[in-house]
Write a new protein. Structure first.
Length: 466
């Protein structure tokens, strides 16, 4: 299909040039759905292909959703790639199963699955750039979502034009411009009908909130929001550059830890301290996911306290220690984790990575002598539904703690028990085929407790492996 050079192609080229998205010889993985955004992106890149001297490779994921519609879209993409004579990597994997297995929402699970597969293909095919079809409407929706959930100034950038290998040539092009471009150039695409529903958070913002805001603001709302994002992007880049200069000037490395003199931090504005600390954490952690605003503020506020020593535990095995002279950012060695393992109803199971042995036996309810020992559980055998297994905790796990009459998230239980994040993955969770039975060393489930009428008792004894 011959795409005429249009104002939209020129606008996209301007974005590509401004943010140095492409260089000669780039091998570009184009992540496409069958929707108008990615179809327009693909055809625009085909138009610009010779100008930038780039090679294109297509990627598509069939999530196995929407009662077979996703597979129809996958076939549409496959036929298009053959027509255009472009190499296509087509993955087929259930996003629902992926999300459920990891305790994630469908949206989060689908996004994580797609990104993981994209990165895998990028490594295998020696891809230098990954192009996605994010547009200005996606950008505006992301900013609003972050505002509603709570964000710092960096979050107000929304979706940056470039991020590592990822490039977003359509990021400042609005959806109605894209649809008009597809119509004028007779570009076929498929509509995901679930985007028209408002069940998911982003869809509710897209279909209900944004139309209302545009009506109130005389239709200038989205353009103003995009300009707002551009301003934050430029200012953030400037502040990042300034922060890095200061950071590498005042920080030191010792035994693979980062040391920042407290006296230097006290002489800097609070805003720079926040950025310096986040930069140090990012150096040790690799990214800033799960590092909350409050955690960073608490660390900075500790600098005002004359107490010589403070310790802060952050997610993913990061520890920040304040001593007399320095703020020290450390990466804690990961503790050994274990995987799901079946437990015999009567017998022994060894968990070598945790240096534990689990012994089980069944006794008559009348003969059992119940001891007060956190490493021994006494369970109503008839309340157990085989197969017994031991595994690490998973996000979303729930149980009914002994003594309570309603369920509780295991994550909340850990918080109440003041169990450090890095320790949680090392706590064995005993489960039967339907429920959690015992948080080993802490609490059994109310449903498996020994009752006066209990006939048989399952005794589970956890010992250190000699």
């Amino acid at each position: 299909m011959m795409i005429e050079k249009t104002d939209l192609v020129d606008k996209v080229k301007e974005t590509i040039d401004k943010y140095n998205m492409l260089i000669s010889g780039d091998k570009v993985l184009v992540s496409i759905s069958a929707g108008p955004d990615s179809m327009a992106l693909l055809h625009i890149l085909l138009k610009l292909k010779d100008i930038y001297d780039i090679n294109l490779h297509l990627f598509h994921l069939d999530h196995l959703t929407r009662e077979g519609q996703s597979s129809i879209e996958a076939q549409f993409v496959k036929e298009l790639s053959e027509k255009l004579e472009l190499k296509l990597t087509l993955n087929v994997e259930s996003a629902e199963k992926y999300a459920k297995k990891r305790g994630l929402s469908f949206e989060t699970g689908a996004r994580e699955l797609r990104l993981n597969l994209i990165q895998k293909v990028a490594n295998q095919e020696k891809i230098t750039k990954i192009a996605t079809g994010h547009n200005a409407n996606d950008l505006a929706e992301t900013i609003i979502m972050r505002l509603m959930r709570g964000t710092g100034t960096k979050g107000m950038i929304g979706i940056p034009p470039t991020q590592g290998k990822f490039i977003r040539p359509l990021i400042y092009i609005f959806r109605d411009e894209i649809e008009k471009f597809c119509y004028e150039n007779k570009i076929n695409y498929r509509i995901d009908q679930t985007n028209l529903e408002s069940y998911y958070f982003r869809n509710a913002i897209r279909n209900r909130l944004i139309p209302l805001m545009r009506e109130i603001s005389k239709k200038y709302f989205l353009k103003n929001l995009i300009n707002f994002s551009k301003i934050y992007l430029e200012e953030d880049r400037f502040l990042n550059s300034l922060t890095k200069k200061i950071y590498y000037k005042i920080s030191k490395r010792k035994n693979n830890d980062v040391y920042i003199p407290i006296i230097e931090l006290k002489n800097l504005p609070h805003a720079l301290n926040r950025r310096l600390l986040r930069l140090a954490i990012e150096e040790k952690k690799g990214e800033l996911l799960d590092i909350s605003f409050n955690a960073v503020e608490d660390i900075i506020d500790s600098l005002k306290n004359e107490t010589e020593f403070f310790k802060f535990n952050l997610p993913k095995f990061i520890k920040v220690v304040k001593d007399k002279e320095n703020l020290v950012i450390k990466k804690i060695e990961k503790q050994k984790i274990f995987f799901k393992k079946e437990i015999p109803i009567e017998g022994t199971c060894i968990l070598e990575t945790l240096n534990l042995v689990i012994e089980t036996k069944i006794v008559d309810g009348k003969d059992a002598k119940i001891k007060d020992n956190k490493k021994i559980a006494y369970l109503d055998y008839e309340s157990i539904i085989p197969q017994l297994c031991v595994r690490p905790w998973k996000f979303g796990d729930r149980f009914i703690p002994l003594g309570l009459d309603k369920g509780k998230k295991l994550q909340d239980f850990f918080v109440d028990e003041k169990i450090a994040r890095e320790k949680r993955k090392t706590i064995p969770i005993l489960v039967d085929s339907e429920k959690i039975v015992w948080i080993v060393g802490y609490r059994i489930d109310e449903r498996v407790k020994v009752k006066p009428e209990t006939k048989k008792i399952l005794i589970v004894n956890v010992k250190e492996l000699n």
